[in-house]
Design a protein around this ligand. Structure first.
Ligand code: SF4
Length: 385
């Protein structure tokens, strides 16, 4: 059983033009029936989880703050009743600046939420409009002020790079505005134009004006330099925090540890089995009501996959993979296991193979996927099955 829990709230009050996440437009959705099913799903696992104290909870979406304060309170009451939260270290909720109302913030604070992740993306109003976000730059400032007033001392802001019509100067301004607000953590992601999004259709029609590649690189360089100058250190490819403010929950993923997933479409990874819950919402609700669980896709992770995943997830961390910890966690010597791949990655300038750590080089940070690909399906399944 896992010490980490992910809970999915799939509702959104608007649909952003780049978003291919698991979400639905809030209007006319069976929100109460969904909450019933979600609580029932957690309840079903109560007995098995009772003895395992939960260390991290992450409520993501969609938009968790699309729920009302009353609905949030109902969820939090249930989590406190059904899970062993005596040793809870981090309780994160994703927050949309538009819906960061004082009543919602106060409920979160009252039930032990201690980290908020705000979906800001940019402080440029024209770009916010272009990407389909409904909040304003001023709305972000207000949301942060309200969160501070409600007592939150661990705030993270999500930003995006490589957005349509975004110049390097635009990104610099957004980044500096976020940092000047004194947030403890920044996550910054490069736009990927995914299928089934407004941007994908516009790209096909040739009406999406994306920055040139050299601007993307300049934005990433700016990101690493500016965050460092403000006392936030890069601890993962896209994540920057003040010391002690790294996302403990997300580190569970990058350390290849297990976590439980609850909610429509949520993924989990327990006992070396990766699974996904049913989606869409009605299918999830029906599955919970009929069978008590909604797992519809499960995959037994072979030893070869387990070891390979450990490497490409671990390399996402700026410090890389601690070789001794790797041995303790997996029972294999990293250097011996991936001798050839490490040699190729080092020769290509993507990997730095130190005495204690294997990590990405500066160049490897920009070409991380190329480095990760070296390890995919690299082990012989018949030997490490
Ligand atoms: S980016 Fe977030 S708020 Fe926008 S549609 Fe996707 S899940 Fe909803």
């Amino acid at each position: 059983m896992s010490e980490s829990i992910y809970i999915h709230i799939p509702f959104c009050e608007h649909i952003c033009h780049y978003c291919d996440f698991n979400k639905v437009f809030l209007e006319n959705q069976p929100v109460e029936a969904y909450m019933d099913a979600l609580i029932k799903e957690v309840e079903r696992s109560k007995q098995a989880r009772e003895q395992v104290p939960v260390k991290t909870i992450y409520i993501g979406g969609g938009t968790p703050t699309a729920l009302t304060a009353v609905q949030l309170e109902r969820l939090f009451v249930a989590l406190h009743q059904l899970l062993n939260l005596k040793e809870l270290i981090e309780f994160s909720v994703e927050v949309n600046p538009d819906s960061a109302t004082t009543d919602r913030l106060n409920v979160m604070k009252r039930f032990g939420v201690n980290r908020l992740s705000l979906g800001v993306q940019t402080f440029s109003q024209p770009i916010l409009t272009e990407i389909g976000r409904t909040h304003s730059p001023e709305g972000v400032n207000e949301a942060i002020q309200k969160a501070r007033k409600s007592g939150f001392t661990n705030l993270s802001v999500d930003l995006m790079l490589g957005l349509p019509n975004q110049s390097v100067a635009d990104f610099k301004e957004s980044l500096e505005k976020a940092l000047n607000l004194g947030v403890e953590h920044i996550s910054a992601y490069m736009l990927k134009v995914e299928k089934q999004t407004v941007f994908y259709n516009r790209k096909k029609k040739g009406t999406l004006s994306l920055p040139p590649e050299e601007d993307d690189v300049a934005m990433y360089d700016l990101l690493t330099e500016t965050t460092k100058a403000h006392g936030l250190y890069q601890y993962e490819l896209s994540n920057f925090g003040k010391p002690g403010y790294e996302s403990k929950h997300n580190l569970v993923y990058w350390n290849n540890r297990s976590y439980a997933g609850f909610g429509a479409g949520a993924s989990g990874y327990e006992d070396r089995i990766r699974y996904q819950n049913s989606n869409p919402i009605q299918k999830y609700i029906d599955a919970i009501n009929e069978k008590g669980n909604a797992k519809y896709r499960t995959h037994n992770v072979s030893t070869a996959e387990w070891l390979e995943e450990a490497v490409f997830l671990g390399l996402r961390k700026r410090e890389g993979i601690h070789k001794k910890q790797f041995y303790n966690q997996y029972g294999y010597e990293l250097d011996a296991l991936f001798k050839e791949e490490i040699a190729i990655g080092t020769r290509r300038g993507l990997l730095e193979n130190g005495i204690d750590y294997l990590s990405l080089t500066e160049e490897g940070l920009l070409l991380a996927n190329e480095a990760f690909e070296l390890f995919v399906a690299s082990l012989d399944e018949s030997v490490y099955s």
